[in-house]
Design a protein around this ligand. Structure first.
Ligand SMILES: Nc1ncnc2c1ncn2[C@@H]1O[C@H](COP(=O)(O)OP(=O)(O)OP(=O)(O)O)[C@@H](O)[C@H]1O
Length: 259
């Protein structure tokens, strides 16, 4: 009994029978998947299989698209995120998101990081500075920007901008970080830095990352979910998915036979 309770506490998400439609087109089909605390869960699969749709559903960001309809349940710490009692803004604060293309605001580095805390009513300059420093340190960017916090964020390199977006996400103290192909616009060195960062961040956060790179999924994730045409074909430890997949379609994809 105790073990069962402890196991459940480790589950951040329990996705149960999730379906999603864009108008009449079904993009997710009866998806069942658990996401565990302090793990990196990689979402892989060929273009159009529903990877982005899936992670954007986890913080209900997908509902910004008016034609979207869903059915099924997504339990987040045991509560269904589709329940009427759920406050969507709060959910999106707890479950932050980093996108494919770095998207800093046209503001200073400092203002980018403290944007969320300010919206939440924090005005104290000293506290904002502390939040900025902690978040930038956690995003492994502090040393590179500490002397130019008032410079415009657009002056940073692409990789630095992406780490700034991660810092901005961390500044509101999320629980989960969703990353939608966060390195696809970056060069190998900047990619390596983000991968290293993901590995450090999982000590404190739960991370789900969409990636087109099988090597990246294998390098940084604990578990991997393989999607195909809206269906979750296989979900297992990353080691099993890449060394001993159960489904032929998973094997075909990871060995580069399609996609
Ligand atoms: N805003 C939208 N309106 C209608 N259909 C959409 C919309 N966004 C995505 N789709 C459709 O939903 C399906 C899944 O798309 P999604 O972007 O989730 O796939 P993906 O696996 O992330 O693809 P990629 O790897 O190319 O980013 C596709 O068939 C796509 O055409």
């Amino acid at each position: 009994m105790t073990n069962a309770v402890n196991e459940n506490e480790k589950l951040v998400y329990e996705v149960k029978g999730l379906n999603l439609w864009y108008g009449n087109d079904q993009a997710l089909k009866d998806v069942h998947l658990d996401i565990k605390k302090n793990e990196v869960t990689a979402i892989i699969g060929p273009s159009g299989c529903g990877k982005s749709t899936f992670i954007k559903t986890l913080n209900r960001m997908i509902e910004n698209i008016p034609v979207v309809r869903t059915s099924g349940e997504i339990l987040y710490h045991g509560e269904n995120i589709f329940d009427k009692s759920i406050r969507v803004e709060e959910l999106r604060t707890r479950v932050g998101m980093v996108f494919q293309k770095p998207n800093p605001f046209p503001k200073s580095i400092f203002e980018n990081v403290v944007y969320g805390p300010k919206i939440h009513g924090i005005r104290d300059k000293k506290l904002l500075m502390e939040i900025a420093e902690t978040s930038l340190r956690s995003a492994a960017l502090w040393d590179e920007v500490k002397d130019r916090l008032n410079d415009n964020a657009y002056g940073l390199s692409g990789g630095q901008q992406q780490r700034l977006c991660i810092a901005r996400c961390l500044a509101v103290q999320p629980d989960v970080i969703l990353m939608d192909e966060p390195t696809s616009a970056l060069d190998p060195i900047a990619t390596y830095k983000i991968e290293e960062l993901v590995d450090q961040l999982k000590a404190e956060y739960t991370i789900s990352i969409v990636t087109h790179s099988m090597q990246q999924a294998a390098r940084i994730s604990d578990r991997t979910a393989f999607f195909l045409m809206g269906e979750l074909i296989e979900f297992d430890t990353t080691e099993t998915i890449f060394s001993n997949p159960r489904d032929q379609r998973t094997e075909d994809y990871i060995t580069g036979r399609f996609g």
